[in-house]
Design a protein around this ligand. Structure first.
Ligand code: AMP
Length: 532
C-alpha cells in the first residue's frame, strides 16, 4: 500500500476540491453575518500561509492565536500547520499571568489577535517576549499590523511542505493539577486519525448536509476537532465569534443542524431555544462535553425540543474525544426515562480508543471489572492520546509504566462499555467546562499571614456544574473583612471565574486517614444538600 501521509493539508485540499461551495458563516461583533465559501477560505489560507513564512516563521515554530471562533481563526487552523508550524490557541479566559507563563514556555514567535481582545492582549504582550502581533480588525490602530493587509500583500503558497505526518501541528494547554499549565502537542497524524474517528456515524456523525456550530471555543482542545471534522465532511460551518450567547437566533437564522458546547451553555440558552422552537426545525443534534450533562437537561432538550443529545467525554490530552454516548440498537424498546439514564453516562469508547478501569496496588495497577458498579481510575490509550506533556518528562502521576494515560477521572464501565464518571481523583474543579486548580488556589491563599490552613473544593452548581468553595482556618481572629482580602489576593493571579464564591471560616479542616484534607467531608458539610 502507499505510504500516504496523514496531514491536515489533505483535509484542506479535499474540502476545497470536493466541497468548494460550502459556506463558512461568522457572527460579527456588530451582529451581522460574514459569509464566504470553502473556495474563498482556501485561497485566503494559501496567501496567509505564505505571509506567515514572511514573518520568519519556520517549521516547528509556535504561532499563537488570541481569538474567538471566527473565519480568520479557522483560516489559521489550516495555514499555520500546513506550513509545518505549530498552531497554539491561547485560552483567553486565563489570567494575564497564567498566559504569560504559557507564551513563555511555548516560545511563541507570532500571535494573531482578535481585535475585540486588543486591550487584554496588550496587557499580556507587555509581559511576554513575543512582540510580533497581527490584528484581525481592518480598522486597526496605527501601530497594529492588520490581518487583511498582510493577506492582500501575500501571494499564494505554491505547495504544502509537510514532510512527515508525525510533525507537530498544534499545541493546547490544559490546567495541570498543581495549577501549572501543561502543554499537549498534537501531530498531523494524530489529528487526522482523530478526525476520521470523530466523523464516524456513531460518533459526531457529520455529513455534507450538516451545518455545524462549534460553540466550544477554538482555544479549548482544538474546538473538539470540529474545524477539521466539519470541513472533511464538507459540512457548512457557523462560527459564533465573541457572542456565543446569541446562539438561539444564530441557529435559527443559519439553519444549524449540529452544535457543540459545554452543558452550562446549553442550560443558559435552553429557554431562548424553547421560545424559538418553531424556527429551529433543522437542529438535530447537540454534542455536549467538558463536564457532565445533567439528566434533567438531556430530558428537556430531547422531550421538549426534539433535539438529540450526544454526551461526550474527553480531555485536551486526547485531542480530545474519548467516549461518545449514543444508544445501541438493542435500546430501541426502552422507555424514554431509561434511554435518558443511559445518555447521561459519558458513553462508549469511540473506535480507536481503549479504556480500562484500574486500581492502584503495591506493585502497579490491577484491572477492574466492567460491571457498571465497580469504581476505578479511568486509563486510556489511542493514536490521538498524548504520551507526555510538552517539555516535561512523563511521570508516574500521569502515565503508567505500560504507557496508558491516567485520566484522573474515577469511573464505572458497564458490560455494554458505557463509561460513567463518578468522581475526580485529580485536584481540579470544572466550572462552565473549564478547569480550576484547587491546589493553585490553596497555595496562594496560604501565602496570606491570616490563613493557617485552607481547602478548596468544587461545590455542585446548577448553572456552572461546579463552583470553587474555600474552607479556611484562620491563624488569628481579625476584624477586617477577610473574605474580601482573600478574594483580592486571588484576583491578582487568577481569572475571575477561579475566585471562590464563598469562604467559610472553620476551626479545623476534616482529614482523611492519611492526613489529607477530606474534601468529601467538606462537601457533605457545606454542599447544597446540607446548606439548603
Ligand atoms: P479538558 O482537558 O479541559 O477538556 O478537561 C478534561 C476533563 O474534563 C476530564 O478529565 C473530565 O474530568 C472532564 N470532562 C470532560 N468531559 C466530561 C463529561 N462529559 N462529563 C464529566 N466530566 C467531563
Amino acid at each position: 500500500m502507499m505510504n500516504y501521509p496523514l496531514t491536515l493539508a489533505q483535509i484542506l485540499e479535499h474540502a476545497h476540491r470536493i466541497h468548494g461551495d460550502k459556506q463558512v458563516t461568522t457572527l460579527l461583533p456588530d451582529g451581522t453575518l460574514h459569509r464566504y465559501n470553502y473556495t474563498t477560505l482556501y485561497e485566503r489560507v494559501k496567501r496567509l500561509a505564505n505571509a506567515i513564512t514572511q514573518f520568519g516563521i519556520q517549521c516547528g515554530d509556535r504561532v499563537a492565536t488570541y481569538a474567538s471562533n471566527t473565519y480568520q481563526h479557522l483560516e489559521l487552523y489550516y495555514a499555520i500547520p500546513c506550513i509545518g508550524a505549530v498552531l497554539h490557541p491561547l485560552n483567553i479566559r486565563l489570567s494575564t499571568e497564567q498566559l504569560a507563563q504559557i507564551v513563555h514556555e511555548a516560545e511563541d514567535k507570532l500571535i494573531f489577535v482578535d481585535s475585540e481582545f486588543r486591550e487584554p492582549f496588550r496587557a499580556l504582550q507587555n509581559k511576554t517576549a513575543c512582540k510580533q502581533a497581527i490584528y484581525f480588525d481592518p480598522t486597526s490602530m496605527d501601530d497594529d499590523v492588520p490581518y487583511e493587509r498582510v493577506l492582500s500583500e501575500a501571494t499564494p503558497i505554491p505547495t504544502w511542505d509537510i514532510q512527515d505526518e508525525n510533525w507537530a501541528m498544534g499545541l493546547c494547554y490544559t490546567s495541570g493539577t498543581q495549577g501549572e499549565p501543561r502543554g499537549v502537542l498534537y501531530t498531523h497524524r494524530s489529528m487526522f486519525l482523530h478526525t476520521l474517528a470523530a466523523n464516524q456515524a456513531d460518533v459526531f456523525g457529520l455529513t455534507e448536509a450538516d451545518v455545524v456550530l462549534p460553540i466550544v471555543p477554538m482555544f479549548h482542545a482544538m474546538a473538539w476537532g470540529l474545524p477539521y471534522a466539519s470541513m472533511f465532511a464538507g459540512a457548512d460551518m457557523v462560527l459564533p465569534g465573541t457572542k456565543p450567547l446569541c446562539i438561539a437566533k444564530l441557529i435559527a437564522e443559519t439553519g444549524v443542524t449540529v452544535a457543540a458546547g459545554v452543558p452550562t451553555v446549553w442550560a443558559q440558552v435552553y429557554s431562548e431555544l424553547y421560545k424559538r422552537r418553531k424556527d429551529i426545525p433543522r437542529l438535530r443534534r447537540l454534542i455536549v462535553g467538558g463536564e457532565a450533562m445533567p439528566l434533567s437537561l438531556i430530558e428537556a432538550y430531547e422531550k421538549e425540543l426534539g433535539v438529540e443529545i450526544c454526551h461526550a467525554w474527553g480531555m485536551t490530552e486526547m485531542s480530545p474525544t474519548g467516549t461518545f454516548s449514543k444508544l445501541r440498537g438493542a435500546h430501541r424498546g426502552l422507555s424514554d426515562a431509561e434511554k435518558w439514564r443511559i445518555k447521561a453516562k459519558q458513553g462508549r469508547p469511540i473506535p480507536g480508543v481503549e479504556l480500562r478501569l484500574a486500581a492502584e496496588t503495591s506493585n502497579g495497577f490491577t484491572e477492574l471489572p466492567w460491571d457498571g458498579e465497580t469504581v476505578g481510575e479511568l486509563q486510556v490509550r489511542s493514536p490521538w492520546t498524548a504520551n507526555r506533556y510538552y517539555k516535561v518528562e512523563p511521570t508516574a502521576e500521569h502515565f503508567t509504566t505500560d504507557k496508558w494515560l491516567r485520566t484522573g477521572d474515577m469511573a464505572t464501565i458497564d458490560a455494554d462499555g458505557y463509561m460513567q464518571i463518578v468522581d475526580r481523583a485529580k485536584a481540579l474543579i470544572r466550572s462552565g467546562g473549564e478547569s480550576i486548580s484547587s491546589v493553585a488556589l490553596e497555595a496562594v491563599l496560604l501565602k496570606h499571614p491570616c490563613v493557617h490552613e485552607v481547602a478548596v473544593v468544587g461545590i455542585p452548581d446548577e448553572k456552572w456544574g461546579e463552583r470553587p468553595f474555600a474552607a479556611v482556618v484562620l491563624a488569628e481572629q481579625t476584624n477586617e473583612n477577610i473574605s474580601d482580602i482573600l478574594r483580592q489576593q486571588l484576583a491578582s493571579e487568577f481569572p475571575k471565574f477561579w475566585i471562590p464564591d464563598q469562604f467559610v471560616f472553620v476551626d479545623e479542616i476534616p482529614k482523611t486517614s492519611v492526613g489529607k484534607s477530606d474534601k468529601r467531608a467538606i462537601l457533605r458539610m457545606f454542599g447544597p444538600t446540607t446548606s439548603g
